[in-house]
Ligand binder design. Sequence first.
Ligand code: CUA
Length: 339
Amino acid sequence: MRRGSIASLLGIGVVAGGIAAAVALALPWLPKPASNEADRVDPLFWFVIVVCIVVFAAVAAVMVYSITHFKAAADDDSDGPPIHGHTGLEIVWTIIPTLLVTAIGIYSAVVLSRNDALGANVMRVNVTAQQFAWSFSYPEAKGLTSGTLRLPKGRSIQLVLQSKDVIHSFWVPEFSQKEDTVPGIVTTLHFTPNRLGTFPVICTELCGLGHSVMRTSVIVMTPAAFDKWLASQTKAVSSPNAGVAGAAVFKNNACGACHTLTAAGATGKVGPDLDKLPAEAQAANQPLEAFVRDSIVDPNKYVAPGFHPNVMPATFGQALSKQELDALVQYLISSSKKG
Ligand code: CUA
C-alpha cells in the first residue's frame, strides 16, 4: 500500500470521526444524573459512543477513498476483476469487532451487577401500576400510600413493582433505571438517589389510551426532611380525627388533581364534583357512605352522567390501607355535607 493512500485514508477518517464526535457532543443525549447508578451508566454510554465513532470513521474512510480512487470511466462497461477472499483481511475484521463487543459486554456486566447490588439499610417501596396511574406505599410507614414518590437522598432504594392490569414500565430518566411492571409477577428495581430535586416518573411501555399521561414525580429530599414528611403523614393518616386523616389521604393521593372539593381547596374538573356527593348518592339511589366507598374502590360501579368509565384508576382505592380508606370516606362525607 502506498504511503499516499494511508495518508488519504487517515485524513478522511479524522474528518469523518471529527464530524461524528461533534454531533455526539453537541446533542444533549442524557439528563443530568441523579443516582449512583446513573453515574455508572453514563460513562458506559460514552464508552460505546467512542467505539461507534472509531468504527464509523474507519468505515467512512475506506468507503470515501474507494469511491474517489476506484471510479470506473463513464464508458467502461467491463466487469471488475474476480476476487475470492483475503484471509488476512477477514481475520482482522473478525478479531477487531470481537474484541470491541466483548469489551462492551464485560463493561456492561460489571455496571449491571454493581447497579443491582443492594446497599446497606435498604428502604423498600411498593409500587402499584394501573391504567393510568402510579401509586407508592411505604412498608416502613405502615403502608402509607402516596401518588408522588418521595425518597431520601443517599439511601439504597428497592422498588417492588406490581401491575393491576397490563404491562407498564417505571422509568426515571435522571436515575438511568427502568423496570417493567407485569401482571401476575413481582419485579424489583434498585437505585440510590444522590441529588436533591423533583424528577419525572414516566410510564415507558405503551399501555393504552392514557399511556402518555401516566406520569408522576419523584421528589428526592434530605433524609431529615424525608423522615419529617413520613412522620407527619403517618401521624396525620392515623389521626383519630377522620377530618385530619382523610385530608392527608386526599392530598397524598392527588385526588384534587381531578376532583373539586372545597374543603381541600381542590378545583379539579376531570371527575365529578365531590362537593355534590350527597346529591349524587341520591341520584344513584344509594346510602351516602356506601356510595362514597364503592366509588373509590370500584370507580366504574356508578359513573356520573357526563363522565366516562375507566378514567379513574381503581389503584387508588385498592392501594389504600383499610384505615386510610375509612378516613377518606369519612372525610369526603363530612366535607361534602358542608360544601
Ligand atoms: Cu402505563 Cu404506559
